[in-house]
Design a binder for this molecule. Structure first.
Ligand SMILES: Nc1ncnc2c1ncn2[C@@H]1O[C@H](COP(=O)(O)OP(=O)(O)OP(=O)(O)O)[C@@H](O)[C@H]1O
Ligand SMILES: [Mg+2]
Length: 272
């Protein structure tokens, strides 16, 4: 037996969890376009930076990309532990590539670059997806462009995809990071959802767990959108809280008052 709101709204599972499979991700035209642009960049062996506010769906776009890229031809390595120093960072990349990490930074770097070259000979394009890249240590960031430099900087054997909060762009634009920034040819941004997007997103996620009818009124959706600033993670959280309140009040629809209650309680908590 799950939470009471599930049976009240006849939902098979919690609708707004992060445990959504890659194939069920909601992909409106704006996200499809982004995913396509990322795919094109990788096809051209280019490197990319993708930024956006917390919870706008950056990591989910990476998951959609992973789902769509042809398996043959690409070797994706996802790395999100960006707080490591340079040596540990390369050790982690070694482990992700199935290599035995060596003791010194130079040996680790050599192992990674040799492996990348071998993949190139097998016509496998390695892609390093570095999530939370705004947290990268400066010494790691400064070194990254060297990974993109093969055969006298004539060939791109590797694509780097740096993903992070908007401050990542600001850091990259700093003079000391210009060698890397100038090699990141595609600079993409995920913005907030539009109010129509929010309504469509909520409907889609409810539909996935068996709710075919409208569960939120138009007013409630508008309020939800505004309170969440069009960011998925906030929508997920607030929508779940509002479903809970509406169920407790035995309402068949989530109306404005349920949302107002959630927002109000949170505002009061912040004041305390
Ligand atoms: N395309 C999508 N389809 C379905 N759910 C999504 C989608 N995008 C985001 N979400 C929901 O929003 C949550 C947050 O998205 P995500 O983790 O991708 O944000 P983020 O931009 O990577 O945030 P952060 O900067 O904090 O890492 C996900 O756990 C998921 O529940
Ligand atoms: Mg993320």
């Amino acid at each position: 037996m799950g939470p009471a709101y599930l049976s009240h709204f006849a939902l098979r599972e919690p609708p707004f969890t992060k445990e959504i499979s890659d194939s069920d991700l909601w992909m409106p035209p704006s996200k499809e376009a982004l995913c396509e642009e990322l795919g094109e960049a990788l096809e051209e062996r280019a490197s990319v930076v993708l930024t956006g506010e917390p919870g706008v769906g950056k990591t989910c776009v990476l998951r959609a990309l992973r789902h769509r890229l042809p398996h043959a031809g690409y070797r994706l390595t996802y790395c999100h532990n960006a707080t490591l120093g340079r040596r540990d960072f390369y050790r982690q990349i070694c482990l992700a590539l199935g290599l035995t990490p060596s003791a010194t930074a130079a040996a680790v770097f050599y192992a990674v670059s040799t492996h990348v070259e071998e993949l190139g000979r097998e016509r496998m394009h390695p892609v390093f997806l570095l999530d939370e890249a705004h947290l990268l240590h400066q010494d790691t960031l400064e070194h990254l462009h060297i990974l993109l430099n093969y055969e006298w900087d004539r060939r791109a054997l590797l694509s780097l995809v740096l993903v992070g909060l908007p401050e990542l762009e600001d850091r990259l634009a700093m003079r000391r990071n210009r060698s890397l920034y100038s090699r990141l040819h595609r600079r993409l941004r995920i913005g907030a959802l539009t109010p129509e997007d929010t309504a469509e997103y909520v409907r889609t996620r409810l539909r996935f767990v068996g709710c075919e009818r409208e569960a939120f009124t138009a007013d409630a959706l508008a309020m939800l959108h505004e309170a969440a600033n069009g960011a998925h993670r906030e929508i997920d959280r607030l929508a779940t809280a509002a479903l809970r309140i509406a169920a407790r009040r035995k309402k068949k629809l989530v109306e404005r008052d349920a949302l107002a209650h959630v927002i109000d309680v949170e505002a009061r908590m912040r004041e305390d």
